[in-house]
Design a protein around this ligand. Structure first.
Ligand SMILES: Nc1ncnc2c1ncn2[C@@H]1O[C@H](COP(=O)(O)OP(=O)(O)OP(=O)(O)O)[C@@H](O)[C@H]1O
Ligand SMILES: [Zn+2]
Length: 720
């Protein structure tokens, strides 16, 4: 059911529907006194006693392929989430609700007929000219160029100067990035070797996990392309998961260029409307797309005859959904591979510790690319010790010098400061009062160009007051720096430089991110400033200098993964340097140059970092050596949430042997969007006792009182 029920329900199929009903269809069924949407997961024969009849079938054909049903079942059980809501997450929006599918779009196309002649009206004549010139023009385009074109079109049709045809339109706006077909470079020896290892499983699929660990710029994408080419050539389909599709225009373009005219690619991205998602789902289901590229939820794409799943940048935290159904797409990709008996290829320059650990403990095949594809060296990485520079300079002298030299040589630079806005705080110069979000109780960030104080968690915003509400003082001081301030400072330092900024604020508009990428590729910018977005996957051959402003900032995050995350971020951003003909240089500004993370980044030694980090995790029993489940309670009344957390912790006793309970304690963000939050962290070295405890939790009637919500986060990734 598309309802928060943990169990599945049985209904009777009335004789009238028996001929048409099939697994994977949506049904309208009675639930209590109302009607609800259900998903048909299983058909059995048996006694009908006590069963209510199905009211209607909502789909003429199954909407869910049978192969996905075991995935939904396992995911629901593993993440302790109602199966109906699991399915609802997978399906295009709207289909789990009242059952109304978005209308199928039809598009009309106009073509010239053989008839010669010129219509009388000026508008008609211009339309006809366009249609003749182009051979065929769609109604939607005509509507854009000629508002309300219908009367003229009608006359053109009547005069038999044009003809028209209508077809079902599958909407895909991602198809506009221009591509030139390409057949791919000669493989490097390492790429070739990796493909040889993959080959047998592409030909005769069975489940296996491959981890492609390739240094930045080693050409992992090329390995995916060749592997998929093989899969498609054998008549099977492939699924490619990427962390965030809107930030991956280059990868998508490479796929489209390579498969142009040979295989249909369906791109599932966040810019799709509900209708477009529905179209994409249907076209995949009907086998019209051989290759599907998409973010997290694409792991459920209804591909048939699947032959390979690729998970690019598999270390990315965005593969984990952080609310509702809290699944991890990489883990579900592995599960799907196992269920459908096909290989799964994980790729990254900085693989996650769990994936790396799987390989070294023999649960998969490690494929390594040690060299960059064009033979370029990895960039040199240098530390700038900020404890030795003057207090409060944002840009150190060495970094300014390197930027200047790069500008003089006409080479591009990229700067990372992982904080958007102008300044993280605005403080009253007289009394020191700051401004906090009324909903989340954290400091508001000063966005100068927007003229507002903004919360980065709930997006609350307010204009800054003219005077301090506490003391009436009028000089409010921005403290610290974000990307907006960095951009401003750079423009003062280098007035002639062409500077662009890439962060959530500058890329929210349609096509904005893409035009920044295109601008960098075309050499229209000298310096690109941004948050971690600039570190992701870009292949800008012109960039020779990378600078990181607060390289140690993420180390201070109170999370056992802080080291792993910092390493990944720094290694990834460093890897943007020197990908073209000229060598790259990286400067990391840090207040703690002695931290072991920096050794690993400077020496590009991923393995040594992993070994050290794994040893630490092992001694503390953290993943991948232990398993975590976070229970997050939230509500409007603090005392209620506290009491509920204490009561729940008590009800979990006695704990199965091997399970530890940490808390209840307030969450790292004790208030978020106006709700108070407490967490109970469960930790175990083995899964079975943890599972046993979760089953007990699921069986509790009313685990939390009214007014308090409970979220179960299995394998949490962000514990804020
Ligand atoms: N065999 C090859 N010969 C020459 N160039 C290649 C070859 N394979 C890939 N390349 C080029 O090398 C560059 C880097 O490739 P790609 O972007 O796939 O690297 P990557 O491994 O994904 O890097 P990162 O993890 O840093 O994003 C691209 O410009 C690509 O076209
Ligand atoms: Zn807030």
């Amino acid at each position: 059911m598309a309802a928060p029920l943990t169990k599945t329900l049985s209904y009777l199929v009335p004789d009238a529907l028996a001929g048409e009903v099939r697994i994977g269809m949506r049904l309208s069924v009675p639930l209590g006194r109302r009607r609800a949407v259900g998903f048909l997961l299983e058909l059995t024969r048996g006694p009908a006693r006590g069963l209510k009849p199905v009211a209607a079938l909502l789909d003429p054909e199954p909407l869910i392929p049978e192969t996905l049903i075991p995935l939904f079942r396992r995911a629901a059980a593993y993440y302790q989430h109602p199966i109906g809501q699991v399915i609802a997450t997978a399906l295009p929006a709207g289909l789990a609700g009242r059952g109304e599918a978005p209308p199928v779009l039809r598009e009309t196309f106009y073509r010239p007929t053989a008839a010669e002649g010129r219509p009388r009206g000026e508008r008609q004549a211009r339309m006809l000219e366009l249609i003749r010139m182009r051979g065929e023009v769609s109604l939607s385009e005509l509507r854009q160029l000629f508002p309300s074109p219908y009367p003229q079109l009608k006359r053109l049709l009547e005069a038999e100067l044009v003809s028209c045809r209508t077809e079902e339109r599958l909407r895909d706006p991602f198809l506009s990035w221009p591509v030139a077909p390409d057949s791919g470079p000669l493989l490097t020896a390492e790429q070739d070797e990796a493909l040889k290892r993959l080959q047998p499983l592409l030909e005769a699929p069975r489940f296996e996990t491959f981890l492609l660990h390739g240094v930045t710029g080693s050409g992992k994408t090329e390995v995916y392309l060749r592997a998929i080419d093989r899969v498609v050539g054998l008549g099977r389909t492939a699924l490619v998961l990427v962390p965030e599709i809107a930030l991956t225009p280059q990868l998508v373009a490479r796929f489209r260029a390579r498969f142009a005219g040979r295989a249909e690619i369906s791109v599932l991205h966040s810019g799709l409307s509900d209708g477009e998602r529905y179209d994409a789902w249907r076209s995949i289901l009907r086998g019209r797309a051989e290759i599907v590229i998409g973010a997290r939820s694409a792991v459920f794409a209804p591909l048939q005859r699947l032959g390979l799943i690729v998970v690019d940048e598999e270390h990315e935290a965005s593969y984990k959904q952080s609310e509702g159904f809290r699944y991890h797409a990489r883990d579900l990709a592995l599960l799907r591979g196992q269920q459908q008996r096909i290989p799964v290829l994980l790729g990254s320059a900085t693989p996650s510790l769990p994936s790396y650990h799987r390989m070294v403990s023999g649960q998969g095949v490690l494929l390594t690319l040690r060299e960059r594809a064009g033979g370029q060296p990895l960039p040199t990485v240098e530390l700038v010790d900020m404890t030795e520079t003057l207090f409060r300079t944002l840009l150190s002298e060495p970094l300014v010098g390197a930027l200047r030299a790069n500008l003089e040589r006409g080479e591009q630079s990229l700067l990372l400061l992982n904080r958007r806005g102008f300044a993280p705080y605005l403080l009253c110069g007289s009394c020191g009062r700051g401004f906090r979000c009324p909903n989340c109780d954290i400091s508001l960030t000063w966005h100068r160009s927007e003229g507002s104080l903004r919360c980065h968690y709930c997006d609350f915003g307010q204009p800054p007051p003219d005077a301090c509400p506490a003391c009436g003082g009028i000089d409010l001081d921005p403290q610290g720096a974000g990307t907006e301030r960095l951009e401003a400072e750079l423009s003062e330092l280098f007035p002639a430089a062409r500077i662009a900024r890439m962060d959530r604020d500058t890329t929210s508009g349609k096509g904005a991110h893409r035009s920044l990428v295109e601008g960098m590729l075309a050499g229209r910018f000298d310096i690109l400033v941004g948050t971690q977005m600039v570190a992701k996957g870009h292949d800008f051959p012109g960039v020779t200098l990378v600078g990181v402003l607060n390289a140690d900032a993420p180390l201070n995050f109170p999370d056992f993964r802080a080291g792993e995350r910092t390493f990944a971020l720094l290694a990834q951003v460093a890897g943007r340097a020197g990908r073209g003909d000229r060598p790259g240089r990286v400067l990391l500004q840090t207040f703690s140059p002695d931290h072991y993370v920096f050794d690993a980044v400077v020496s590009h030694d991923y393995r040594r970092f992993c070994e050290a980090e794994l040893a630490a995790r092992r001694s503390l029993g953290y993943p991948p050596f232990g398993h975590l489940v976070n229970l997050v309670l939230a509500g409007n009344l603090q005392s209620r949430v506290e009491e509920a957390a204490a009561a729940l912790a008590a009800r979990l006793q006695p704990l199965p042997t091997g399970v530890e309970i940490l808390g209840p304690v307030p969450c790292l963000l004790p208030r978020l969007r106006g709700r108070f939050r407490m967490q109970i962290l469960l930790k175990a070295s083995r899964r079975p006792p943890l599972r046993q405890l979760l089953d007990r939790l699921a069986a509790l009637s009313r685990p939390v009182p009214a007014g308090v919500s409970l979220a179960v986060d299995v394998d949490p990734v962000d514990m804020f």
